[in-house]
Design a protein around this ligand. Structure first.
Ligand code: NI
Length: 204
């Protein structure tokens, strides 16, 4: 998720499930990881759980933090780096100078604490440059995951942190923000999406 630019307005948009389960077989080295932008097909994959948090997985997580800071994000999911693994990283402070704020989530299980308590806020995505959309989401989540060292943890999150967790977790199922808004709102960014499709270079 990219840094929010301001508060969003209320809206009522049912999510649209559009992810297609596909089995990937990527086991990249950290130096292979680079920012992927729409319409890169890796962004539409359902990612696979990490079997073991080994040195290579840790190095890929570290590379994801680098990419996130390099592109001024506050969260980055593995498919956005070209890796089809159930991993995302977050630092809502958004600064390399504040490493205490950074967290890795491996094989996260996200549970909504209260489906009815929802809020709308403007989101951006590093994989959708130039696109910002008000996305309505539940406010509070509970997450179970493994950390960068492979140790299990559970936490509850709300506000920007809770929203960022949901945004990044969506990436692991191939869901991008245009699928989380109404058809009307999606229409408003259709031209921009088409531009990205035209500009996309698989090798860049
Ligand atoms: Ni994103």
């Amino acid at each position: 998720m990219s840094t929010p630019s301001g508060p969003g307005r209320k809206s009522s948009n049912p999510p649209e499930g559009d992810s297609e389960a596909r089995q990937g077989h990527l086991r990249p080295s950290p130096e292979d990881l680079r920012l992927r932008v729409y319409p890169d097909p890796v962004l539409r994959q359902r990612c696979r759980p990490v079997e073991v948090v080994d040195d290579r997985v840790q190095a890929c997580i570290d590379r994801m933090f680098e990419l996130m800071y390099e592109h001024q994000g506050i969260g980055l999911a593995a498919p956005q780096a070209g890796w089809d693994a159930r991993v995302f990283v977050i630092n809502v402070i958004g600064s390399e100078e504040e490493p205490d704020g950074q967290m890795a989530f491996v094989n996260p299980q996200v549970e909504l604490i209260d489906r009815d308590e929802r809020d709308s806020f403007e989101e951006g995505c590093l994989s959708l440059p130039g696109i910002r959309l008000d996305v309505e989401r539940p406010m509070k989540v509970r997450v179970q995951a493994l950390d960068r060292e492979g140790n299990p943890f559970t936490l509850e999150a709300e506000d920007l942190f809770g929203r960022c967790i949901q945004h990044e977790n969506d990436h692991l199922d191939g869901i991008l923000i245009p699928s989380r808004v109404s058809t009307l709102r999606r229409m408003a960014v259709r031209g921009k999406l088409r531009e990205l499709e035209e500009e996309w270079n698989p090798n860049s």
